[in-house]
Each structure stands twice: as C-alpha cells, then as structure tokens.
Design a protein around this ligand. Sequence first.
Ligand code: FAD
Length: 238
Amino acid sequence: MAGAPQRRSLVVIGAGPVGLAAAIDARLHGLEVLLFDEEDSVSFGSRAVCYAKRALEILDRLGVGERIVDKGVSWNVGRTFLRDEEVYQFNLVPEPGHKRPGMINLQQYHLEEALVQRATELGVDLRWNYRVTSVQPAAEGARLSVDTPDGPFDIDADWVIVADGARSNVRRQLGLDIDGHVFKDRFLIADVVMKADYPAERWFWFDPPFHPNQSVLLHKQSDNVWRIDFQLGWDADP
Ligand SMILES: Cc1cc2nc3c(=O)[nH]c(=O)nc-3n(C[C@H](O)[C@H](O)[C@H](O)COP(=O)(O)OP(=O)(O)OC[C@H]3O[C@@H](n4cnc5c(N)ncnc54)[C@H](O)[C@@H]3O)c2cc1C
C-alpha cells in the first residue's frame, strides 16, 4: 500500500463487534471491504456477556447465529432477590416454538472470533496492527492515514465506517459528538471458573447479605465461567 494512495469503496475502522458486523453485512451486499484494527487480536477479559433475541436475529443474518448459540449458554429465566428473598421472576420465552432462546451468554472474545472467521471466509480484507491516525473528509469520500509496523501510508475511500469504540479517537478528531449519559457508578467484574450445577438463569440481588447496600449480578458463560458483577458505588477507589 506504499506509493500513491489507492482508492477503495469501503474502509471500516475497528474490528470489534460493530466493525466486524458492519464489514460482514457489507460483504453480503457484494461490497469490497478493507477492515483495519490497531491491535493484533480479538479483545480479551470480561466485556459484553448477554446477547438478546434481536442481536441473535442479526447474527443469524450475518451467518454466525448457529455457532454463537452452540457455544453460548442459553437462558430464559431471570430471578431477582431483595436481601435473601426472591421478589421477582421472569421468563423471556414462556411459550414453545421459538427458533432462538430469549438470551444467550457468551464471552465477547468468542463472539469476535466467530465474526473474524466469518469475515475472513467472506473475503473481508482484514488488517491487524493497522492504526488509523487521521481521517480527512473530502468532496468525494475521505482520505485516511494509517500506521503499520512496516510504516505509514495514505488511502482514499468512497465510504468509511468508524467503529473504533466508545472512546473513538476518530470521532474526537472530526469534532463529532455522541448522544448518551454517563452512568455514575463503578463495578467490580469477576470471571470465576467453577464447575457447578446451578441453573443457567440470570440472578440479580439488591442488598444481599454478602454485599450489603449494593447490587450483584450473576451470569453463567461458556467454558464453566461464571460472571459476577459487584456494584461498588461511584466513590469506590478503583
Ligand atoms: C469491562 C467492560 C465490560 C463490559 N460489559 C458489557 C456487558 O456486560 N454487556 C454489553 O453489552 N456490553 C458490555 N461492554 C461493552 C462492550 O464491550 C462494547 O459495547 C463493545 O465492545 C462495543 O463494540 P465496538 O465494536 O463498538 O467497539 P470495541 O469493541 O471497543 O472495538 C473497537 C475496535 O477498534 C479498534 N481501534 C480503536 N482505535 C483504532 C484506530 N485508530 N485504528 C484502528 N483500529 C482502532 C480497537 O482495537 C478495537 O478492536 C463492556 C465493556 C467493558 C470495557
């Protein structure tokens, strides 16, 4: 890609769930897609866990629904406790005959791996270790500057999808804003590897005896990983 800037129809910045999904969708519509990510792997650690029915419909459209549901933990029942007492219960799919469960739980890196495999299968040109350093809008499309281990280059694109995450540098550079609220709280998120026969249900506690005055959330993920989110409060020292 050295030399005079090449021109591509679509460049996607960021191979997280959003960029990968957009790249796959574009390929399924017959577009050539170049996808850059500044890292060299899918994400790691505890990030997204729950995928709802609508997300599963989209993953079906992208061609990864089956794989995600097979790998994930299906669940429909949620229980809510106040201290020791169960005060509320719901079932997301009370009647039979649904193609997909109400929710599945799956570590985000498994989702991303499935999306990377699908994108590659479909011929998305995915470049790891490519960091977009600037995006300059032009009359027709945009020019991107990209840093790679082999040196920088510029490239032109008719269209750019910016999916570089919640703290998007590109968005900041372009002076764009994002609608939303900062939710002032802190959580401790623990992934515990444990073989246990507890049901695959979402359990949520208000003010439990083991963590007074705060809330706790429990989810089963694949590979016997249990995700526990402890609310710590805004004043907690991270
Ligand atoms: C600790 C934690 C817990 C979370 N828990 C949940 C949860 O329980 N449920 C839930 O739904 N969501 C959860 N999330 C949020 C979820 O992880 C995000 O919503 C999701 O990752 C957003 O996807 P994305 O593709 O927009 O961005 P990201 O996943 O952030 O992906 C952005 C990608 O862009 C790449 N990138 C960034 N800048 C550049 C650049 N200049 N050039 C090239 N590449 C670049 C990054 O390397 C990255 O791969 C959690 C997040 C965190 C951090």
